[in-house]
Write a protein that binds this ligand. Structure first.
Ligand code: MN
Length: 195
């Protein structure tokens, strides 16, 4: 089983994340940021990852540190759980629609951090969740998962739908990248020999 637990404590946030990459898509989430939990739930379900997140953050200031640091810690946990990457698909991609909204996410578990993010949210806030934090989450994730992620929200006018298609597509793309490629068994999915 590809599992990992990571604890990350700073003066701004205290976070503990456990992942099982070969899970059933269940999530136990305590972040104090309800809309963010709705999004993290999509990663678990569509990524078929069991995900447990406990985050205590300085939400009395705003949700910025909590969202960014959950991205960082989730990146660390997935990087730890995936191990040496032998036999995995490595690349993953998905298009996900939700009514009028459509997003595409393409992932390479490359060993190098990189984020290309194109999403023009139609509102600055979804409830009291600031849409600019979606970028902060994925920036934190790629930096610590050492992954290349291209995110494009291609269309949509409801910002809840826009965000949800991004997180669902991310979960689906991540699942594909993490899935074993039977013909690649025991082999590195790179001519470089390591990732
Ligand atoms: Mn929703």
């Amino acid at each position: 089983m590809r599992t990992a637990t990571v604890k990350r404590d700073t003066l701004e946030t205290q976070i503990e994340i456990s992942v099982n990459l070969d899970g059933e898509g269940g999530a136990k989430l305590e972040t104090g940021v309800p809309f963010f939990e709705h999004m993290l739930d999509q990663i678990a379900r569509h990524g078929m990852i069991d995900l447990e997140i406990k985050a205590n953050g300085d939400n009395h200031i705003d949700d910025h540190h909590t969202v960014e640091d959950v991205g960082i810690t989730l990146g660390q946990a997935i990087s730890k759980a995936v191990g040496d990457k032998k036999g995995i698909t490595r690349y993953g991609h998905a298009y996900v629609p939700l009514d009028e909204a459509l997003s595409r996410v393409v992932i390479d578990l490359s060993g190098r951090p990189g984020l290309v993010f194109n999403a023009d949210f139609t509102r600055e806030q979804i409830g009291n969740f600031e849409t600019e934090l979606v970028f902060e989450f994925f920036q934190g994730f790629v930096n610590h998962a050492n992954a290349t992620v291209h995110i494009d929200c291609l269309r949509g006018h409801n910002s809840h739908h826009q965000a949800e298609t991004i997180f669902k597509a991310f979960g689906r793309a991540l699942r594909m990248a993490l899935t074993a490629d039977v013909r690649m068994e025991g082999k590195m999915p790179s001519t470089k020999g390591s990732l």
